[in-house]
Ligand binder design. Sequence first.
Ligand code: ASP
Ligand code: MG
Length: 304
Amino acid sequence: MIVMKFGGSSVADAERIVAAGRIVQGRMSRRPVVIVSALAGVTDLLTDAVGAARRGERDSLERLLAELERKHRWALTGAVEEAGRRHRLSLEIDRLFEDLRQRLRSIRVLREATPRAADAVLAAGEDLSARIVVAALRDLGVPARWIDPREVLLTDRRFGEAEPQADAVRERAHEKLLPLVEAGEVPLLGGFVGASAEGDTTTLGRGGSDTSAAVLGSALEAEEIEIWTDVDGLMSADPRLVPAARTLPRVSFAEAAELAFYGARVLHPDSIAPAVQRRIPVRVLNSLRPEGEGSLIVEDGAGG
Ligand code: ASP
Ligand code: MG
């Protein structure tokens, strides 16, 4: 089986969501588990909403919520055609927004956002995107099933930068995800989000969906982890500065860390360390050009 992770730019809007769905559809024989980020820009908007709520800025909070709703309604309308499915999804989105509003309202009233309360708000981005992408996949005939990451990605209680607990995650992943994969279904989880042993929502830090993919890929001993982004892979230099920059087909983990100067835009090497240590290859691919080979990051490198 493989783990496929789609970053925010690869699920930015309806068109990109459907394109991501087609990529998953084309990989069914490899038995994918899918991880998605929030729609592009959403985690920033949610962070701003927490700030506005904490400062008691009611108007800017309303503006941010309206912008968030607009983005998600637009995505769901364009990505899901079947009327019944679209209706059910739309009710689900209503419920998630009602919950989000309530959480932000209590931050506004208290004028205080504890790290725990902030995480519960930030998690809404991946909760929303995961529901929309599942419905879009089912529209394409892919038997996707939403799994709450809180049931699988168990972490410590360092809200805002929670650390996944590898043994607990392995146990949960085997219990909750493997049976679905074996039954031919496609489990889909929002990245970035987990839960403490007490059941409180945690987040893994910005860019944390890569960590979710690496941790789940390791837990399931995946054949490969695919990180779908909007560039061709890891480049030899910043193509904006060096026109001759090229995609590196095969990169060692150490080289990937060195390239973080430019590669940081693509992924933080630290986030994939759990996979690399277990010798699970990580491939960075471009969802705008899915036929490309991307860059393969391996433990021992180019190897000639
Ligand atoms: N949505 C989160 C962020 O923007 C996590 C991720 O996309 O990896 O940081
Ligand atoms: Mg992101």
